[in-house]
Design a protein around this ligand. Structure first.
Ligand code: TNX
Length: 506
């Protein structure tokens, strides 16, 4: 019972017994995957899984002519064979192999006897190349260790993109050497609003990642075949940066790091010095994040201050623009050009479609399916992040006892029914522009790692099937797989939402 569902999974005669003498041998191209698998299995078998020639009882990672990320796994009396064409495929084969073991194999202690792996043949490859999750560490900070743990949980579900939302009105979470106040001031807020419209809690909140922390997170993710896509959200959602450097804003009066939720009116000004400031920020971001994609946000930028600002109006006239929408588009284009010159691709929320968009830009579409359809039809690659289907900050049930009672109800079944290719695009060649999907973990009301667990699991298992598995849906089959999967989450120590509702919550 493997999650996400593989393309093919058949029982085979025989079984493999793992114990402290089990050997593990790998093609040199898969050395890192072998090291990772040893780290997972050694505490459980009590052995070192030393290399040995393929033979009875041995786990072998071998190369084969297979597509990127694809793998084949064969288990029988004479051992386990994981075949792949690249290290990512070998890694996914190793993840599936772990799931063939009893759930006790997900603990970090000896299983107390040999572990039986039933004979099996698995053939597998992902449906989409972009299998992502947005983690908002700006509204509520997650410690480095919590992020590393989250990366492991993503990898268990064969996700490969961590979109890290590093900045917002309520916090700036990334050390920038050139502008230390971004974290000295921008990483801390006085208090937070309780509930979407609630009273203030009076409790200071904050935290940030040093550049060394980020290098560690990126390397840790890379070893699990996950690319971290950083997001620095501009020109809206920027109040924490303006609090640190008031010259970035449109007002004469100082601002504090925002303490309430919702879409704020404090946005960046459009001075050349502000664009330069953020290009300097991105210079450091690009050093830290080697992946091709870099997100500049671009969502929910209110135009009130630009309308009232003589400087912004002058800019509109100088550039011959029609209105503030075009000003925002011009702003985003500046960063598109900047990133393009450095061999990167811009990712932005679907508002970047308004007022024209640079051709290479990738649209992260969040407002239902609409942005995805528009972006794909106009020839842009798109990642479907639909808030009506995969926003995991939305409540899971209507009850008053939901610990995070935000948004419309989005059940496990709703997430499972999601298709990254919107219905309107089916049969349309433009569907080829859909790179995949990302679920969203926005954290206005998710103020701890425990709550992340509760909101994300087990819905992440359903989401993983929508991006990895074949498009056909089989809800009873998914429920069976999930029944086998939950004990794995229990063994890891994930406090997921139970089918019968929340446990008493402090
Ligand atoms: C919309 S998704 C936002 C976020 C919020 C989220 C809450 C997006 C681009 N903007 O800033 O956190 O809704 O669900």
């Amino acid at each position: 019972m493997i999650v996400p569902k593989p393309l093919r999974h058949e029982p085979r005669p025989g079984r493999l017994l793992l114990d402290d003498r089990t050997a593990l041998t790998a093609d040199p191209a898969f050395r890192e995957v072998a090291a990772w698998l040893r780290e997972q299995l050694a505490p459980v078998t009590g052995g070192e899984l030393l290399p040995a020639p393929p033979g009875p009882g041995t786990i072998t990672l071998a190369r084969a002519e297979l597509a990127p990320e694809a793998y084949r796994l064969t288990v029988g009396d004479d051992g386990a064979l994981i075949e792949a064409g690249d290290a990512a495929g070998a890694f996914y084969g190793a993840q599936t192999f772990r799931q063939l073991l009893p759930a006790a194999a997900f603990r970090r202690a000896a299983a107390g006897g040999p572990l039986a792996v039933p004979g099996a043949y698995v053939e597998d490859a992902p449906r989409f190349g972009w299998r992502g999750c947005i983690l908002d560490v700006a509204r509520h900070f997650l410690t480095k260790h919590e992020v590393l743990r989250f990366i492991d949980l993503m990898a268990l579900h064969k996700l490969n993109i961590l979109h890290l939302h590093l900045t917002d009105d309520q916090g700036w979470r990334l050390e920038i050497r050139r502008y230390p106040r971004l974290t000295e001031v921008g990483a801390w807020r006085r208090e937070s609003q309780m509930g979407w419209n609630g009273a203030m809690d009076g409790i200071p909140h904050g935290g940030y990642y040093t550049q060394d922390d980020i290098r560690e997170i990126v390397a840790y993710a890379a070893r699990r075949h996950i690319t971290v896509v950083p997001e620095i959200d501009i020109p809206g959602h920027s109040q924490a940066a303006i609090a640190a450097y008031p010259e970035l804003g449109n007002l004469d009066t100082p601002l504090e790091v925002r303490t309430t939720w919702g879409v704020g009116e404090n946005v960046l000004n459009v001075e050349e010095s502000t664009i330069e400031f953020f290009q300097h920020v991105f210079d450091e971001v690009l050093e830290l994040f080697p992946g091709e994609y870099v997100c500049v946000g671009g969502d929910e930028c209110r135009k009130d201050q630009w309308k009232a600002s003589p400087a912004a109006q002058r800019r509109i006239r100088e550039l011959g623009l029609r209105d503030e929408e075009e000003l925002q588009s011009w702003f985003i284009h500046r960063f598109d050009a900047y990133l393009g010159e450095r061999g990167r691709r811009l990712v932005g929320w679907d508002e970047i479609l308004e007022g024209g968009l640079a051709p290479g830009a990738v649209v992260a579409s969040w407002r239902g399916d609409l942005g995805a359809v528009t972006a794909a039809r106009s020839g842009h690659d798109v990642v479907n992040c639909s808030n009506t289907s995969v926003y995991l900050d939305y409540r899971q049930a209507p009850g008053d006892d939901e610990p995070v009672p935000f948004g419309t109800v989005l059940t496990l079944e709703d997430v499972y029914a999601f298709d990254p290719v919107p219905a309107e695009l089916r049969g349309d060649p433009a569907a080829g522009h859909v790179l995949g999907a990302q679920c969203g973990v926005w954290t206005e009301l998710i103020d701890s790692s425990r709550r992340v667990d509760y909101m994300v699991f087990p819905r992440l298992a359903a989401f993983a099937e929508t991006v990895w598995s074949a498009p056909e849906r089989d809800l009873p089959g998914f429920r069976d797989r999930l029944a086998a999967h939950l004990p794995r989450l229990d063994a890891i120590g994930v406090e997921y939402r139970r089918a019968d509702g929340p446990l008493p919550w402090q």
